[in-house]
Design a protein around this ligand. Structure first.
Ligand code: TR5
Length: 133
């Protein structure tokens, strides 16, 4: 079973791990390759390995262990989360998503979060539907 499938199943069962280096931390350290579409001092954006739309990238904070999930954030994270949102918009523009796009944060087991390092999904390039599953 792939690392991601195992993580999804763990998340669905409520048993997802929140310790140890995540796959995203290995991408930040460049120990694992990813297609990086944007990088600055505090954030990184890269293409999702299992895209759900013609354009699907993730925006993450670079600092390890800073925020595992949105619901763990506090006032000190406001600037960082705002920055990630602005990078999502900036890269969406860079990717040509001028007809619109969707930003999603999966949080916790019921939110179907599988990687416990905060990340924004940015999806676009096709007509998206609502509600999501
Ligand atoms: O389910 P959540 O919201 O936690 O999203 C995790 C996302 O990480 C999924 O959309 C996965 O497809 C994506 N993912 C997982 C891996 C991975 C990745 N995106 C880019 N590169 C990846 N590598 C190298 N390895 C993964 N296991």
């Amino acid at each position: 079973m792939s690392e991601e499938k195992a993580a999804k199943e763990a998340a669905a069962s409520g048993a997802a791990s929140t310790s140890g280096p995540t796959i995203f931390e290995k991408i930040i350290s460049k120990d694992i390759p990813a297609t990086i579409v944007y990088e600055d001092d505090t954030s990184l954006a890269f293409r999702d390995i299992n895209p759900q739309a013609p354009v699907h990238f993730l925006v993450i904070p670079k600092q390890r262990g800073r925020l595992t999930q949105l619901s763990k954030g506090n006032e000190q994270d406001e600037q960082l989360v705002g920055h990630l949102m602005m990078i999502a918009s900036k890269v969406a523009k860079q990717e040509g998503l001028d007809q619109g796009f969707r930003v999603v944060i999966n949080d916790g087991p019921q939110g179907c979060q599988s990687v416990y390092h905060l990340h924004l999904h940015v999806l676009g390039g096709r007509q998206l539907t609502w509600p999501p599953g």
